[in-house]
Ligand binder design. Structure first.
Ligand code: MTE
Length: 299
């Protein structure tokens, strides 16, 4: 795919609709669809991806410390080759799959997604990855499965942060099956066309763009299909502050701060805060998943 992260990029170039169309074009081998035919984006602003430097220097990866610069300093200690993921639970073909087995034959696409952290800052990241649904379909999801649980590696020898009980290790996250199968949900293996930096979750991590960043679990070693809602690290540590769903929602404040606005990383200290959008701007794509649910209760 062309270098869509070049400086002339505008937000019109990075709508998920366009990503879908690109994917369809690749799959069907169709001629290009004119950009003018695409409905206008939900985003009013014209954002450009953050710099590689921003994206790889300001991180949350508590296994390496709680400071924003700890992951860049210490995540290099994580051995990412070889890597494998155990896929188990309610699947037809459970097993331990190597990174190469998982990625072989997958269409690795670029997806430029807005990323909104629960701490009320945001970035725009050009990820490279494949749809999680492609992986789940390969292993065969059994009919009783309703949730997907994820686990990060737990390596006390390589992760200096796990010596501290900030969270109940290993880091755990979960999605409802329909969220996991949604085409916006990807397994990312890189960014800016390069392999995933350790601080961003090498060699493979989840990215769910309509949820707060902590749902996007890094350095995944286990994926389990379950009938029941799985426990998740942040919810276990503080259920009042971090719900299972954690959809970006400007109308539901975190108990200790507002979620109505956000500070874009890289905008400078005095940059104006911008309004946070429902489902992080992906409302048109995902709102139907939550129809009829009280999102103040299921936060
Ligand atoms: N995954 C693991 N294993 N450990 C973590 O501490 N932090 C989460 C999420 N995934 C985290 C994690 C949080 S709070 C955020 S905001 C994002 O990773 C940050 O991703 P980034 O550093 O690539 O921007």
């Amino acid at each position: 795919m062309a270098n869509r992260w070049k400086n002339d990029l505008t937000w019109d170039d990075v709508t998920p609709e366009k990503a879908f169309l690109n994917r369809r074009q690749i799959i069907a081998g169709m001629a290009g669809v004119a950009a003018g035919a695409i409905a206008g984006p939900a985003f009013a602003d014209k954002l450009e991806p953050n710099s590689y430097e921003d994206i790889t220097s300001y991180n949350n990866f508590y296994e390496f410390g709680t400071g924003k610069d700890d992951p860049k300093r210490y995540a290099g200690a994580l051995t990412t080759k070889p890597w494998s993921i155990e896929i188990d639970g309610m699947v037809d073909r459970p097993g331990t799959y190597s990174f190469d087995q998982i990625t072989s034959g997958m269409t690795i696409e670029e997806r430029i997604y807005r990323f909104r952290c629960v701490e009320a800052w945001s970035m725009v990241v050009p990820w490279n990855g494949f749809e999680l649904s492609d992986l789940l379909n390969r292993v065969g999801v059994q009919s009783g499965a309703r949730y997907v649980a994820f686990e990060t590696a737990y390596r006390p020898d390589e992760m200096r942060g796990v010596a501290f009980p900030v969270l109940d290790w290993p880091y755990r996250e979960g999605l409802r099956l329909d969220e996991a199968m949604h085409p916006l949900t990807i397994m990312a293996t890189g960014l800016y066309g390069r392999p995933m930096p350790n601080q961003n979750g090498a060699p493979i991590r989840l990215v769910v763009p309509w949820k707060y960043g902590f749902k996007s679990i890094k350095s995944i070693v286990r994926i389990t299909l379950t009938a029941d809602q799985p426990p998740t690290s942040w919810n276990m540590s503080n259920a009042r502050e971090y719900g299972f769903y954690s959809n970006v929602n400007p109308e539901v404040d975190h108990p200790r701060w507002s979620q109505a606005t956000e500070r874009r990383i890289g905008g400078g200290l005095f940059a104006k805060r911008q309004p946070t959008l429902m489902f992080n701007g992906y409302e048109r794509e995902v709102a139907s998943l939550y129809r009829g649910m009280d999102l103040t209760k299921f936060y």
